[in-house]
Write a protein that binds this ligand. Structure first.
Ligand SMILES: CC(C)(COP(=O)([O-])OP(=O)([O-])OC[C@H]1O[C@@H](n2cnc3c(N)ncnc32)[C@H](O)[C@@H]1OP(=O)([O-])[O-])[C@@H](O)C(=O)NCCC(=O)NCCSC(=O)C[C@@](C)(O)CC(=O)[O-]
Ligand SMILES: NC(=O)C1=CN([C@@H]2O[C@H](COP(=O)(O)OP(=O)(O)OC[C@H]3O[C@@H](n4cnc5c(N)ncnc54)[C@H](OP(=O)(O)O)[C@@H]3O)[C@@H](O)[C@H]2O)C=CC1
Length: 433
């Protein structure tokens, strides 16, 4: 367990009856549970949460804003502390599935997490060398000077205990463009995602790297394979917690292990398996204003690090029969920088989570990814994905067929009851009203 978690803000994430409320009722309950202030509440309610002038300052050629549903995953317990998790996502059943698995997990003690210090890498590529190994040794000899130079400007980060800590050098003796030496700056970026921070450092020291190596410096940019910034989560489930109406817990556990095994050995399955994990992770990343492309790039590069694309999770059965699920992956998330501070809803989402460090946010986020994987494997190992997922997707289908207001839920229920969640059936049902 990490020692970076905040002094616990104690809430109860088991919000009974949450699903039965209307959105404003859910927001009231959330505000009451977490003590949200009026501004944060308004930011989460949507409707102009991101003012146009603020959006216009964030990206270029702004013409408006684009909304997504923001859901609240309930029931999470991580390291003995309860969390309510905001998730911005367009796909039905994701929030329900995360909440359901968190509910099962909390009955078994919840999720346990840990994480590395927030170390990001920047790469500086030197080309045009005849002696790449000699260049490597000269760079290593100058490492103190290079680290000091990299740390010479960012006083805020250094004051917080961050900054460049180490350099690593990689030598490519041959490549289609000749020998190459790549210097890696390893930078503790504290509570930032860190891309801009490390890019600035890389660009600053690049001329000195060129001098030392005698080569030409080309790329000076972070790596999204944040393999020194891993976050981990695990969950242990008793067979009783997994028992369904028709299957024993041991059967469900075995089915989940078998399902995970295919993802471990077959990239076709691993892609879908990991997509299911990112179903949990991306919505938290988006809701907190973080860079989801960076998280996706890091996740899939990590999944392929041994030269073959594989599962980000492991599921195994312990000697006592309990099912143990684990995840470990790069998680470069920030509480400052990027859009985290400029988007009011992202700030409010961080308040809902109650996290006080980027490491704590990373740990909760991977726990949600593990929960999402657990949901998919459990469904796949038992009744199949369509029953639960399509029942919830039925509301989208009803809207597609033209249902409005209260019709949406009524038609969705009728579609699920008919076992035919299709636009044609929805149109037929609407026509019959
Ligand atoms: C969908 C469920 C949860 C239904 O499951 P269920 O058995 O009908 O659920 P339930 O009605 O018994 O409720 C159990 C708990 O689930 C939650 N819950 C349940 N329904 C709701 C709802 N409407 N609104 C809010 N929360 C809901 C809620 O926490 C509830 O507890 P409660 O609080 O009521 O005591 C289940 O079938 C499930 O987990 N299915 C898996 C769904 C899934 O994985 N979706 C992801 C999309 S599919 C995909 O893209 C990825 C995939 C699958 O391809 C990845 C892969 O292949 O690995
Ligand atoms: N490949 C990629 O993934 C790339 C991503 N990006 C983008 O970069 C952005 C993220 O960059 P990032 O460097 O995080 O953002 P910022 O540069 O916006 O913020 C980081 C800065 O915030 C200051 N700061 C204040 N408080 C803290 C604290 N507690 N911990 C750490 N730093 C603190 C630091 O110093 P100071 O105040 O002195 O500045 C730090 O340099 C995202 O928008 C991402 O999309 C950009 C390029 C490439």
């Amino acid at each position: 367990m990490t020692d970076t978690l905040s002094p616990a803000r104690r809430i109860n994430s088991r919000l009974e009856g949450l699903r039965a409320l209307e959105p404003t009722g859910r927001l009231d309950l959330l505000a009451e549970t977490t003590g949200l202030d009026a501004d944060a509440r308004a930011a989460l309610a949507g409707k102009g949460a991101l003012p146009l002038d603020r959006a216009n300052g964030m990206i270029e050629n702004v013409i408006g804003t684009f909304e997504l549903p923001l859901g609240l995953a309930a029931n999470f317990t991580v390291n003995g502390r309860d969390y309510l998790v905001p998730m911005a996502v367009e796909e039905p059943s994701v929030v329900a599935a995360a909440s359901y698995m968190a509910k099962i997990a909390r009955g078994c003690g919840g999720f346990t997490t840990s994480s590395d210090q927030p170390i990001m890498r920047a790469q500086i590529q030197a080309l045009g060398l005849t002696d790449p190994h000699g260049a490597r040794q000269r760079l290593l000899a100058a490492s103190d000077e290079l680290i000091a130079m990299a740390n010479s400007r960012d006083t805020v980060l250094i004051g917080l205990g961050g900054g460049c800590k180490q350099i690593e050098i990689e030598v490519f003796e041959t490549s289609p463009v000749g020998p190459m030496v790549v210097l890696h700056l390893l930078v503790d970026v504290r509570d930032a995602m860190g891309a801009n921070t490390v890019n600035t450092m890389a660009e600053m020291i690049a001329p000195r790297v060129a001098e030392i190596t005698g080569g030409n410096v080309r790329l000076r940019i972070l790596s999204n394979l944040a393999d020194r910034r891993l976050a981990r989560a695990s969950v242990t489930l008793t067979p009783e917690a997994l028992t369904t109406k028709s299957l024993s817990g041991a059967d469900v556990a075995r089915g989940m292990v078998e399902a995970c095994t295919l993802a471990k050995i077959d990239p076709y399955r691993a892609a879908t398996h990991n997509k299911g994990i990112m179903n949990g992770i991306d919505p938290v990343v988006v809701a907190t204003g973080n860079d989801w492309r960076a998280i996706e790039a890091g996740a899939h590069a990590w999944a392929a690090r041994d030269g073959r694309y594989t599962s980000l999770t492991n599921w195994e059965i312990a000697a006592n029969g309990n099912l143990v699920g684990t995840i470990e992956m790069p998680m470069a998330l920030g509480l400052v920088g990027g859009a985290t501070k400029t988007h009011p809803a992202a700030q409010a989402a961080l308040k809902v989570l109650g996290v006080t460090s980027a490491q704590e946010l990373a740990e909760v986020t991977v726990a949600v990814g593990l929960a999402q994987n657990m949901a998919a494997l459990r469904a796949l190992a038992t009744e199949g994905i369509q029953k639960g997922h399509m029942t919830l997707h039925a509301r989208n289908i009803a809207i597609m067929a033209g249902a409005k207001g209260e019709e949406v839920d009524r038609i969705a229920k009728a579609l699920a009851a008919a076992g035919d969640v299709s636009v044609g059936k929805a149109k037929e049902l609407l026509g019959n009203q």
